[in-house]
Design a protein around this ligand. Structure first.
Ligand SMILES: [Zn+2]
Length: 207
């Protein structure tokens, strides 16, 4: 059986399941308090912890109590606070902006190198679209169930992201890109996705 590593902070054995990763920390399976939970650093005073260090639940609690880190997303273990601090909002915005900036430059780099790109390359546009709209349920391996009653507005969001991706990748924005084909592909993929989740829920509720 896989054992959790020793906590970097307090040295407790087989306890460390909250991992530092750049600006954020993520709790993993094995944590009773932070599984599926993400935190943002709200202080730079954590020099003893570097990338990919792991700490225990108790040490993570201390970081929160001392105002060093703040929960901004929780999948199941504990609800994220409804409102965050000004510093958390500032840092999360910055994280989103910097990450997206790098990702778009990367996609454009592929494009200028001729490896990918142009709105004529449906794969490049779809890949960038899923980077822009992370709730897009159609990607290979991105099996995320849309929230109930949200699939219609989600389809609009995916369409908006598709056009954004197409225009970002175009060296000369074409005022008349035709989105009929990607719309058909998206609709087919959504039907598959809906079917997948219906069946998954049937299996879960059948026993
Ligand atoms: Zn610890």
């Amino acid at each position: 059986m896989h054992e959790a590593p020793t906590c970097k902070r307090c040295g407790a054995p087989d306890s460390a399941v909250v991992e530092t990763y750049g600006e954020v920390l993520h709790g993993h399976y094995g944590s009773t308090r932070f599984d599926g939970t993400s935190l943002i650093w709200v202080s730079d005073d954590h020099d003893d912890l570097v990338d990919c260090d792991v700490i225990c639940d108790a040490c993570t609690e201390v970081l929160i109590e001392r105002g060093k880190a703040e929960i901004y997303h929780a999948a199941f273990a504990a609800p994220a606070p409804a409102n965050l601090s000004k510093e958390a909002y500032r840092r999360l915005f910055l994280l989103g902006a910097n990450t997206m900036h790098q990702e778009i430059l990367m996609f454009r780099g592929f494009a200028s190198a001729g490896a990918l790109l142009t709105p004529d390359d449906p794969d490049a546009v779809e890949d960038l679209r899923r980077t822009l709209c992370r709730k897009d349920p159609t990607g290979p391996g991105t099996k995320q169930m849309p929230a109930e009653g949200e699939t219609g507005s989600l389809a609009i969001e995916v369409g908006r992201s598709h056009a954004t991706a197409a225009l970002l990748l175009a060296t000369q924005p074409d005022p008349a890109i035709d989105y009929t084909k990607p719309a058909e592909i998206f609709a087919e993929q959504m039907i598959e996705s809906d079917k997948f989740w219906d069946e998954a829920i049937d299996i879960l509720t059948a026993k």
